[in-house]
Design a protein. Structure first.
Ligand code: PLP
Length: 496
């Protein structure tokens, strides 16, 4: 019997894993969730002897039950290969008594590579499985990180095309350079004269545009999404928590069955939800520490049971966590309401209409494995400096938010279980903020000069992803008004 996926907003909507991956979002606006969370079917001791790829197969086969062994193994081999700069794929590095799970060794040096390097393969297999003969066109709006990770994942993947829109003047110079130098005839990148919200709105309108969908179909295309609400992004993220535990066990850092805690720097709530699923598969995880930056909507939620997005949006040095609507939290709400789509749909309706909702005391009680806190900008910079001065280890800004919150948790609770911190980006991706924290006064230097200095300070070579773009030719020069995004799509696909 296949594990089926249900919509978080309508109990009658059911899909297989491959159908859920193809669709991305349910038509009712809900997210696809597994009807039950499968248990790990091997011992922790066995896991301790596995490679990353073997662990990935062991975990993912439990969730993607309509994939054959060969299909899933092919996807895993195609994703977790020499695109990663370390054979371990996700190394665990100890510094000052905590373990950094480095998820930034892929093509774009941020953790989104962990899922976006496999999603294109899962999607093309899903298309075949469901007799979709159209080519899949991925449409993405990005504020910086997701765009490049999705481009790198889908570039050159047969049967797919990818189109990315970004705000022309709203991303960092390194982020823009990463995108406009992307190779691959199936890639298209365009800067819009507008902000991220306009790019996002434009993409959503195209997804909803029936006439455009008809034109696409006539030319053998259909849209899909690489957004983090796709279950095909969530499942691959469960793997590295299982892998981290197995590595700790293999290295003798923990005893078999010993509980560990994890801290996750959180924005859209995808990464920490994957840790929650890992725990519910039977992995011995005690606390799930949810770390926010000054956009602390989740901290307030865990403290009070009220989610309230009606507040000022803060721009911080950890921009990938600057979010007021954490999309994947909807999956947790559904689960703690007892897998109740009706109740969840009512909360989401309140969120859409009033920007706020409050959960019941019973649901609050079901959140007892979570701890939420946040780090200010000043605490984040201080944490980067402290770790560097004490251990020589340089963390990026997002990881530093997590490290700061981890320290708050440990000081408050005296819980001394081993702590794994999800390390979500290379410090070389946010070089300026990191260097300003370690050694202030860098205004005169370019981002590339600062990368060289950071390399000298940390003893870590400048990653290939940064080296590449220093001299790489610009391949995408397209710019457009926000209202003209469909024109860019039609032109790229040869539809007139
Ligand atoms: C996307 C991102 C996050 C947030 O992850 P979510 O799954 O959205 O909670 C944290 N750090 C970095 C570097 C990211 O790119």
């Amino acid at each position: 019997m296949d594990l089926m996926y249900a919509s978080t907003r309508d109990a009658d909507v059911k899909a297989t894993a491959s159908q859920a991956i193809l669709k991305g979002l349910s038509d009712d606006g809900g997210l696809f969730v597994p009807e039950r969370i499968p248990a790990l079917d091997v011992s922790l001791q066995d896991l301790a002897g596995m490679t990353y790829q073997e662990t990935a197969y062991t975990v993912m086969k439990q969730f993607l039950t309509d994939f054959t062994e060969q299909e899933l193994k092919d996807c895993i081999q195609a994703a977790y290969d020499s695109k990663f700069d370390t054979e371990e794929i996700a190394p665990l590095v100890r510094a000052d008594g905590v373990y950094f799970l480095e998820l930034f060794h892929g093509a774009t040096i941020a953790f989104k590579d962990m899922a976006l390097s496999i999603l294109p393969h899962l999607m093309t297999v899903s298309a075949k499985k469901n007799h979709v003969t159209n080519e899949i066109v991925i449409l993405t709006a990005t504020s910086g990180d997701t765009g490049k990770a999705a481009l790198a994942g889908f570039a050159g993947v047969e049967g797919t095309k990818i189109i990315v829109f970004y705000p022309k003047n709203g991303v960092s110079p390194i982020q823009e350079k990463q995108m406009v130098t992307q190779k691959g005839a199936n890639t298209c990148v365009a800067g819009i004269h507008g902000n991220f919200d306009q790019a996002q709105t434009g993409v959503k309108q195209m997804f909803a545009d029936k006439e455009l969908a008809r034109e696409l179909a006539a030319h053998g295309y259909q849209f899909s999404s690489a957004n983090s609400i796709n279950i095909g992004r969530l499942v691959p993220q469960i793997v590295y928590y299982v892998y981290a535990y197995a590595r700790l066990l293999a290295k003798g850092e923990i005893a078999q069955g010993e509980q560990i805690n994890v801290t996750v720097p959180t924005g859209n709530f995808g990464n920490i939800l994957a840790a929650y699923y890992a725990k519910h598969m039977g992995l011995p995880i005690g606390k799930l520490v949810c770390a926010s930056n000054e956009n602390k909507v989740l901290y307030d939620f865990f403290a009070t049971g009220t989610y309230n997005k009606n507040r000022e949006f803060m721009l911080t040095s950890s921009p990938s966590m600057d979010i007021l609507i954490s999309s994947n939290l909807e999956r947790l709400i559904y689960h703690i309401a007892g897998n109740n789509a009706k109740e969840n749909a009512a909360y989401m309706k309140k969120l859409a209409e009033d920007g706020t909702y409050s959960i019941t005391a019973e649901m609050m009680a079901a959140l007892d494995s979570f701890y939420g806190n946040y780090a200010s900008e000043q605490e984040t910079a201080q944490t980067i400096r402290d770790f560097y001065e004490k251990t020589g280890y340089v963390a990026d800004t997002h990881t530093a938010v997590a490290a700061a919150v981890c320290r708050k948790y440990q000081a408050e609770t005296k819980d001394d279980a081993k702590m794994v911190i999800a390390s979500t980006a290379s410090p070389f991706k946010f070089t300026r903020s990191v260097m300003d924290a370690v050694r202030p006064g860098n205004d005169a230097q370019s981002d590339f000069e600062l990368a060289d200095e950071l390399s000298r300070l940390s003893g870590v070579p400048v990653p290939q992803a940064v080296e590449e773009i220093r001299t790489a030719p610009v391949l995408h020069r397209e710019e457009c008004e926000a209202g003209d995004m469909p024109l860019v799509v039609r032109r790229f696909l040869g539809i007139n």
